[in-house]
Design a binder for this molecule. Structure first.
Ligand SMILES: [Fe+2]
Length: 231
């Protein structure tokens, strides 16, 4: 529209309509809000390209994918339930408290599996001249020392995760034992390499021989993906 062609009255009318539109409070219908929240729901990623990976049978991987998908579903369910209680004004209820307590378990169950699957599917060892190898050597003395320590944490009794974390405040790399999904994460640190040592991650193929599974895990680390996480 060429404003130069408008009469004064037309110009005033258009300006007035614009002003009214600006001052009218935007009220979203419940359906619209629901739709907007829905679009933020988490969607399970497809890791089927890992099938065929040496040392990991197809039944083991397929079971693991199903388990991961359950965490995605439950993360969405817990978030929706918390949202519903919030809208009903029930933030002081035990249900609200327990759902919030549960959220860390479901969310980390989802996210840690994503990190885990995404740092698999590689071939060949770490690039010994790369940034990551240098950082590992700075923090552990040598790559070999770090590998020994990481595997040692992985063979501890108990179920959980082993994570090589980067403390972004000073750059130091630290191996952490993460009990189950939600206990033991160092605040503000950056996860680089994630290894699942829950029994479902290896028992179908290795029984109680967790150390053999860890060797297979190491043969399949996608070191490029791990190095790309480095800050
Ligand atoms: Fe798992």
């Amino acid at each position: 529209m060429d404003l130069r062609l408008l009469s004064r009255r037309e110009f005033i009318n258009i300006t007035w309509i614009g002003l009214v539109a600006m001052l009218t409070p935007v009220s979203l219908s419940a359906d619209t809000i629901k739709k907007e929240v829905k679009t933020m729901a988490y969607v399970a990623k497809d890791y089927s390209k890992l099938i065929g990976m040496e040392g990991f049978s197809e039944p083991l991987l397929k079971n693991h994918f199903i388990l991961y998908q359950g965490y995605v579903t439950n993360t969405n369910k817990v978030l929706d339930s918390i949202d519903a209680l919030l809208k009903e004004g029930k933030t002081g209820t035990p249900e609200f408290g327990e759902l919030n307590r549960r959220l860390g378990w479901e969310f980390n169950g989802m996210r840690l599996h994503e990190y885990y699957f995404e740092n698999l599917g590689g071939k060949g060892g770490i690039n010994k001249d790369g940034r990551l190898a240098k950082k590992i050597a700075e923090s552990f003395g040598s790559y070999e020392n770090w590998e020994k320590a990481f595997k040692g944490v992985g063979t501890m009794r108990g179920i959980g995760w082993v994570v090589l974390y980067q403390d972004i405040t000073n750059g130091r790399l630290i191996n952490l034992w993460i009990n189950e999904h939600d206990v033991g994460h160092p605040s503000g640190c950056n996860p680089l390499l994630i290894m699942d040592v829950f029994e479902h991650a290896f028992m179908i193929d290795y029984g109680l021989k967790r150390a053999d599974y860890i060797e297979a895990f190491f043969r399949n680390i996608n070191w490029n993906a791990v190095e790309a996480r480095l800050k």
